[in-house]
Design a protein around this ligand. Structure first.
Ligand SMILES: *Cc1c(COP(=O)(O)O)cnc(C)c1O
Length: 419
């Protein structure tokens, strides 16, 4: 069915919004999405997210709600919880956080008092704004100490992190990142946390899908809390989740609701359940393997075209291009714009020890989850790396952008998104 047909009611009632939705759907279908934090959900996830469950208030938890008529949404949330715990082998879980940010905030509220110390990865080295940015709630309420990557290896140095922990005695240590291309040693983090008596939270927002498929070491056994988004590699609806050890479950639940949220988004929880069901399937394991194979192929090909990657490559679904050595005068912002003109979507990103501002940057972050969902494989990664290199080397030359755009359109037609 042509996708316009899915928006029949909107077409009739709200032509302006109909145009917006169709344009966005056309954009998604006609561009190659290399933003590492995005993906394309299945039609099944989309249906659940667009279902009548959006009508339902369900403050509370399954079996203990503040509203009547919750028998079926209780089943939806219970399915989500059971599948999630099975997927990651977790003791306890909460699927109500509206986003990754809410998930993290709920954990902070569960274990910290204002003024307590958090040790986390620096935003400029790949951390997330919820890990202590000055004007995020984390930075406003808590005392933040950051660790960074080593200047030479561009990897975490667990010795230095342990030293910082001994020196600052944080109440909470956070491991996890938005732009770190290497595996993290969660076992080592747990050892540091144990030594200084800190609680360990791993924010696996980016890598959750890899972890679920056994393509990344799991942080679940050794962490007190594991938080995640559901919409990145995990390929579910936009949202958050928390896993924790049983001893924290009651407090955590009460911090999510009524601590920082009111009614849960039951349609999104149903969509999470559908996505977790998909992630339990063997096909999802194969998908995640391909995500990593594609990242490897893309990284190797980009480097063969003379681009420098932070840390020299990737273990995961993403890589960071350092533009400085090959193109000292080019910012991530400008490169992002050129690539977008050719229907290749990436995001500018700070690289460790970047001297440019966050709105300019010297780097690009590139990830393979979304193009792998479309069915692209290693051969297409090689092609794509060639196109990216050509654009960047050409200085954004107009004719080239037009030619690459045509080539990308062809690839999009050859590997269409599921109807
Ligand atoms: C994406 C991300 C989040 C937050 O997700 P939102 O749903 O946008 O709030 C949190 N932590 C990390 C490491 C992330 O990459």
């Amino acid at each position: 069915m042509p996708f316009e047909k899915r928006y029949e009611a909107i077409r009739k009632s709200d032509p302006q919004m109909f145009d917006v939705l169709c344009n966005e759907e056309r954009r998604q279908r006609g561009t190659l999405e290399l933003i590492a934090s995005e993906n394309h959900v299945s039609r099944a996830v989309m249906e659940a997210a667009g279902s009548c469950l959006t009508n339902k208030y369900a403050e509370g938890y399954p079996g203990r709600r503040y509203y009547g008529g919750c028998q079926f949404v209780d089943q939806a949330e219970t399915l989500a919880l059971e599948r999630l715990k099975q997927l990651f082998g977790a003791d306890a879980a909460n699927v109500q956080p509206h986003s990754g940010t809410q998930a993290n905030t709920a954990v902070y509220m569960a274990v910290l008092q204002p003024g307590d110390t958090i040790l986390s990865l620096d935003l400029a080295h790949g951390g997330h704004l919820t890990h202590g940015m000055k004007i995020n709630i984390s930075g406003l309420l808590y005392n933040i100490v950051h660790y960074g990557v080593d200047e030479k290896t561009e990897r975490l140095d667990m010795g230095k992190i342990a030293d910082l922990a001994r020196q600052h005695k944080p109440k909470l240590i956070i491991a996890g990142a938005s732009a770190y291309p290497r595996f993290m040693d969660f076992e080592a983090f747990a050892g540091v946390a144990r030594e200084v008596g800190a609680v360990l939270m791993v924010d696996m927002a980016h890598i959750a899908g890899l972890v679920a498929a056994g393509e990344h070491p799991s942080p679940v056994p050794m962490s007190d809390f594991v938080t995640s988004t559901t919409h990145k590699t995990l390929r579910g609806p936009r949202g958050g989740l928390v896993l924790c050890k049983e001893q924290y479950a009651k407090t955590l639940n009460s911090r999510v609701f009524p601590g920082i949220q009111g009614g849960p988004l039951m349609h999104i929880i149903a969509a999470k359940a559908v996505a977790f069901g998909e992630a339990l399937n063997e096909k999802f394991r194969e998908y995640q393997k391909q995500v990593r194979r594609n990242a490897q192929a893309l990284a190797d090909a980009l480097m063969s075209h003379g681009m420098r990657l932070v840390s020299g490559g990737t273990d995961t679904h993403l890589m960071l291009v350092d533009l400085r050595p090959s193109h000292p005068n080019l910012t991530g912002k400008v490169a992002e714009g050129w690539l977008e003109c050719a229907n290749i979507i990436v995001n500018k990103n700070m690289i460790p020890f970047d001297t440019r501002k966050p709105m300019e940057t010297s780097g690009l972050r590139i990830g393979t989850p979304a193009v792998t969902t479309r069915g692209l494989k290693e051969a297409e990664m090689k092609t794509l790396a060639g196109l990216i290199a050509e654009i960047i080397n050409s200085g954004g030359e107009d004719h080239l952008l037009t030619r690459v755009r045509a080539k990308v359109s062809e690839m999009c037609q050859q590997y269409p998104l599921a109807e």
